[in-house]
Design a protein around this ligand. Sequence first.
Ligand code: ZN
Length: 143
Amino acid sequence: MQYEQIEEDFFIYIEKNEGVMETLTKFCLNQGIKNAKISGIGAVKETEVGAYDTTKKEYIRKKFPQVLELISFEGNVTLKDSVPFVHSHVVLSNHDMNTYGGHLFETTVAAVGEFFLRKFNGNAYRKLNEEVGLPCICLEKKV
Ligand SMILES: [Zn+2]
């Protein structure tokens, strides 16, 4: 990977055959980033996405081994068990320009992975919400 930083903004280039979630998570850990917003585009392969079944309280998972365009990656960083946790959703497209999308578990860069990360100096963290069945964000103020 390569990166460039200006103040709280990071331009991140994830290179061919690098795992996106793994790279971003390690980057946040190494940079001491606790909260952030991340967006990105590129071309990926070996992707696993999911959709959350709110009744069963588990993810329906689907794997896409083929090369797909990464149309949009939108995510955030919070602390989970005191370490940075990247939560992201993606829209992908195939060579017929049809799209797939979902909660991203992991994907590998097939050509390029171009991301922007905006650091947020907050203390947002996740805690298991029994009703939802997922570790949900906890923020400073509740109204
Ligand atoms: Zn999600």
